[in-house]
Design a binder for this molecule. Structure first.
Ligand SMILES: CC(=O)N[C@H]1[C@@H](OP(=O)(O)OP(=O)(O)OC[C@H]2O[C@@H](n3ccc(=O)[nH]c3=O)[C@H](O)[C@@H]2O)O[C@H](CO)[C@@H](O)[C@@H]1O[C@H](C)C(=O)N[C@@H](C)C(=O)N[C@H](CCC(=O)O)C(=O)O
Ligand SMILES: Nc1ncnc2c1ncn2[C@@H]1O[C@H](COP(=O)(O)OP(=O)(O)OP(=O)(O)O)[C@@H](O)[C@H]1O
Ligand SMILES: N[C@H](CCC[C@H](N)C(=O)O)C(=O)O
Ligand SMILES: [Mg+2]
Length: 487
């Protein structure tokens, strides 16, 4: 149970209320009227589908003691009137749950956030720091994982989680900053000490009106949340990384660039092996060689991003580079789910964007003697314009393709598949994901690799409002067993 606080202790600077409201006892904050508990403040936020103001009466009926919202909102309970309720909610959530780890590294970008924050957590832990990661995979600490529902959870859930881990003694946190989270100010009151930018390619154009808005949301991490003089580690292998670096320099951030084009941390050479890659890199002109126990060029980029952030947070470069050889892969990111009797790897990955799929297929190629078999789909209620592009990538870079379902949500799954198939005529269409995986396993011959993309660590298939238990890794193992092809 959270402690009871008085409204006076929760008000951010510049927000004033009637004097008689200051001693109001507050048991918590809520942004969903359906979850309001007695004694809580209900924040009436504007949404994509509706507006929280329409649910004020419900929140009051359920026991809300005050409403946070714009001055025009009609309420029965006292109103905490503000111009921007999202900004105020973040500030109040940080006051209600006040502890935060001393060092918080926030990572943004279209792809690679979950991998980077997990690698950074591992590097910190190997150097003796009490570390955690927060993002799509939930909160990861030494003792295990707990779900937080989103990549960047809403401000209330986020500050509750930060407070909890800080109380457990976590001093170093690596967290994912999603574009939704940044735009909706979910993390505006997080004390970010350093920030990382991985890359920017198409995603989430269902939510952002255009690419510029998507980029501007990501940029908020650097121009609004990151304090002046704080370190920004930027992968400059995309044009957007170069833009972020330029902007950060203009704003007086302490910029480290990484990647093939990196100035401080540069990849010089990658030699792929079946289950690892040798990397030659230069850090501030000095050469280092190491064996990364992961496959995929993109994992090198993510590992270097984590390394750059670890160094900027104060871990010695020697310790950081030594720890890269001991990194453990991230669940659902090029995860080896099973191997056939003929040694064909079955890899499960979370590629769910055109660029993610492109990087995945290119990553698997040097490790594959035979053919690449790909099973994938695209999520419903998500950017429809990425579907055809993902189809085109599969058509070009995979040898055999099966298009199947991936969380159709409220959409007609056959229409999602049809969009993908338009650009991928060579694909077979098998709606049922488990059957698709079974057929793909049956196709495998010695030397082939099977890639199952899009769901990664997920353990459910979302159809309508229902979540049906489903795990690509389990489905692959089951198919191998049923076909008597496992080891
Ligand atoms: C697009 C998006 O960000 N949607 C989030 C947003 O919903 P919305 O704008 O549609 O809200 P709405 O339904 O219009 O309602 C407006 C307000 O009224 C409230 N309300 C609504 C109904 C009701 O009965 N009572 C009530 O109080 C809602 O809580 C909300 O505050 O605000 C809701 C409350 O916080 C979130 O649950 C919801 O996340 C939806 C479910 C979602 O799927 N979000 C995903 C896309 C997301 O945020 N993803 C990112 C990035 C993923 C990644 O790249 O990894 C993430 O950080 O996870
Ligand atoms: N640096 C990278 N560049 C391009 N693609 C990448 C990179 N890192 C990972 N990927 C691809 O993107 C997928 C998702 O990776 P990861 O989960 O680390 O990214 P994310 O940014 O957290 O994604 P999400 O926004 O969905 O949480 C991987 O499974 C892989 O296919
Ligand atoms: N976290 C991201 C990726 C989901 C991947 C895919 N499985 C889907 O459901 O679209 C999102 O919510 O857009
Ligand atoms: Mg993620």
């Amino acid at each position: 149970m959270s402690a009871v606080r008085h409204l006076r202790d929760l008000l951010p600077p510049g927000v004033s209320v009637r004097k008689d409201m200051l001693d109001l006892a507050v048991t918590g904050l809520a942004l969903d009227s359906r979850q309001v508990k007695p004694g809580e403040i209900f924040a009436a936020l504007p949404g994509v589908r509706t507006h929280g103001r329409d649910f004020v009466a419900m929140a009051e009926d359920r026991g809300a003691v005050a409403i946070l919202g714009t001055p025009d909102i009609a309420t029965r309970k006292p109103l905490i009137a503000v111009e921007d309720p999202r900004e105020a909610l973040a500030a109040m959530a940080a006051r209600f749950h006040p502890r935060q780890p001393q060092t918080i590294a926030a990572v943004t970008g279209t792809n690679g956030k979950s991998s980077t924050v997990e690698f950074l957590r591992q590097i910190w832990a190997m150097s003796g720091r009490k570390a955690a990661a927060l993002g799509t995979l939930g909160v990861t600490r030494e003792s295990g994982r707990t779900d937080v529902g989103y990549t960047t959870p809403d401000a209330i859930r986020l500050h509750k989680a930060l407070d909890e881990i800080a109380r457990e003694g976590v001093t170093h946190l690596a967290m994912e900053a999603s574009s939704h989270g940044l735009k909706q100010r979910r993390m505006d009151a997080v004390k970010v000490s350093l920030a990382g930018f991985t890359n920017l390619t198409q995603d989430h154009l269902d939510y952002h009106p255009d690419f510029e808005d998507y980029f501007a949301s990501k940029l908020r991490l650097f121009d609004t949340l990151l304090p002046s003089g704080a370190p920004a580690v930027i992968d400059v292998d995309t044009e957007w990384g170069v833009k972020v670096a330029d902007r950060c320099r203009e704003l007086g951030r302490d910029v480290t660039t990484i990647g093939w084009g990196g100035r401080e941390l540069q990849i010089k050479e990658i030699t792929p092996h079946p289950a690892s890659q040798d990397i030659r890199l230069a850090y501030k002109g000095e050469e280092h060689r190491l064996a990364l126990p992961l496959i995929g060029e993109f994992q090198t980029s993510n590992a270097l991003m984590a390394a750059g952030l670890a160094i900027e947070s104060g871990v010695s470069p020697e310790e950081v580079f030594a720890s890269l050889s001991k990194l453990i892969g991230v669940p659902g990111r090029l995860e080896l789910a099973a191997t056939t009797r003929e040694d064909c790897p079955i890899l499960v990955d979370y590629a769910h964007t055109p660029d993610g799929l492109d990087k995945l297929l290119r990553a698997a190629r040097p490790h594959t003697r035979g053919r690449i078999v790909l099973v994938f789909g695209a999520g419903g209620d998500r950017d429809p314009s990425k579907r055809e592009k993902m189809g085109a990538v599969a058509q070009k870079l995979a040898d055999l393709v099966i298009v199947t379902d991936d969380n159709p949500r409220s959409e007609d799954p056959s229409k999602i598949r049809a969009s993908i198939l338009k650009a991928c005529p060579k694909a077979r269409e098998i709606a049922d994901r488990s059957q698709a995986i079974g057929e793909a396993v049956a196709m495998l011959e010695a030397g082939d690799t099977l890639l199952i993309a899009g769901k990664g660590h997920e353990t459910g298939q979302i159809v309508g409002d229902r979540v049906i238990p489903f795990d690509d890794r389990e489905a692959a193992k089951k198919a191998l067993k049923q076909q008597g092809r496992g080891r």
